[in-house]
Design a protein around this ligand. Structure first.
Ligand SMILES: *Cc1c(COP(=O)(O)O)cnc(C)c1O
Length: 394
């Protein structure tokens, strides 16, 4: 049986180049970057180089890159840090969207408990935040706007440069969770007026537990971890040298092939959309064009997402119904609800996230196994019977 990995938004395999670059930093170059002797300094130079690589990929300066344990940590640091800076000036209002990753939403909820006010912007049916809504929501009390670059479930890409410009003009800090975008879309933090940006290595072929926060020069966030002088004293703890080296190599590799990968992956994804749209009572979630090249997200009425995933798994296809964090619970994903889907429709959702390792054969295999699975599930579903009944009567 064929095996197709189509869940690259959840995580990606570590590339060979990344593994090869990392290995020496676990064996011969095992020194602590804070040590002054040879192997320590070799490690320190490797961390410096990776910092430059990450900075170059974002149009930032190396001094503006702070390594973290991943996207969640970077999100927490940016938001809690900006909130603390705001509170000092009596500004205790934050703006975000309804369909952010939980690393952002739960951080916002924690701040609400601490007396901050948070505005959750609508993302409408197309899954895109409106710049005029951001503008209307900003008040004299606003200390931060945090809007994700691209959504992890439905892949929609937000008007980041426009929001950045608006925030810049209004003197409000702007953070973006760019975990799904880095390595897949062209990003320039200066041109796009981004003050803080979160990224995660394992979403683009580096290892899990690696990531970074870009924090614009002149913006002094409170320290995240007290201790040694690592990360300019702001996030103490001996660096994950192999992981950081891998992150630098992975982001460079992705950025060198940005356009080529974009075109390849988008054409595979469009082939998937075209084929799957032939299934009756199906719909694409979110804007068809303004989305990540590899993101496929559709709902199939009368189908239960969890069963769909299990049956796809039995056919060798790894997919997702929403985010990894929400599957496992019976509530439909907050993302699908935020674009106005009814509970029962949102339950029948399928996310396939492709990347440059996928092939046309993968796509054709998915299109071969998917329709009969949906047909079988619908045959067994009382909900589907109900849908057909209703149609007959109308
Ligand atoms: C995966 C993801 C995160 C979390 O990143 P980790 O490195 O797994 O902590 C945050 N935001 C988005 C949009 C993601 O897709």
């Amino acid at each position: 049986m064929r095996y197709v990995y189509a869940d690259n938004a959840a995580t990606t395999p570590v590339s060979k180049k990344v593994v090869e670059a990392m290995l020496p930093y676990m064996t011969e170059h095992y020194g602590n970057p804070s040590s002054l002797y040879g192997i320590g300094q070799t490690a320190a130079r490797a961390v410096d180089k990776a910092r430059q690589q990450v900075a170059a990929a974002l149009g930032a300066d190396a001094k503006e890159i702070f390594f973290t344990s991943g996207g969640s940590e970077a999100d927490n640091w940016a938001i809690k840090g900006a909130a603390a800076l705001g509170a000092k000036k009596g500004k205790k209002h934050l703006i975000t969207s309804k369909f952010e990753h939980h690393a952002v939403l739960h951080t916002m909820a924690a701040l609400e408990k601490d007396g901050f006010k948070v505005t959750y912007l609508d993302v409408y049916e197309n899954g895109i935040v409106r710049v005029e809504d951001v503008e209307k929501a900003i008040t004299d009390e606003t200390c931060l706007v945090s809007i994700m670059y691209a959504n992890n479930e439905i892949g929609t890409v937000q008007p980041i440069a426009e929001i950045g410009k608006l925030c810049h003009d209004k003197g409000v800090l702007f953070h973006t969770d760019a975990v799904q975008a880095v390595g897949h879309l062209k990003i320039d933090v200066k041109e796009q007026n981004i003050d803080m940006l979160s990224l995660s290595g394992h979403k683009f072929h580096a290892v899990k537990g690696t990531g970074a926060l870009y924090c614009r020069k002149g913006l002094r966030l409170p320290n995240l971890i007290e201790g040694g002088a690592q990360e300019a004293g702001r996030r103490a703890g001996t660096e994950n040298v192999p992981g950081i080296v891998g992150l630098g190599v992975a982001i460079t590799e992705m950025n060198e092939h940005l356009e080529e990968n974009y075109n390849k992956v988008k054409s595979l994804r469009d082939r998937l959309f075209e084929g799957a749209s032939k299934i009756s009572h199906s719909r694409i979630n979110g804007d068809k064009e303004k989305r990540l090249p590899g993101n496929f997200s559709m709902c199939f009425e009368g189908v239960e997402g969890e069963s769909l995933l299990l049956m796809l798994d039995m056919k060798g296809v790894s997919a997702s119904s929403g985010s990894a964090c929400t599957s496992g619970s019976l509530d439909p994903s907050h993302v699908l609800l935020s674009i106005g889907l009814k509970h029962e429709v949102a339950h029948g959702s399928l996310r396939l996230s492709l990347n440059e390792n996928n092939t046309e054969e993968d796509v054709d295999y998915i299109l071969e196994v998917l329709p009969p699975i949906i047909e079988r599930l619908r045959d067994m579903s009382p909900l589907w019977e109900h849908i057909l009944e209703n149609e007959k009567n109308n």
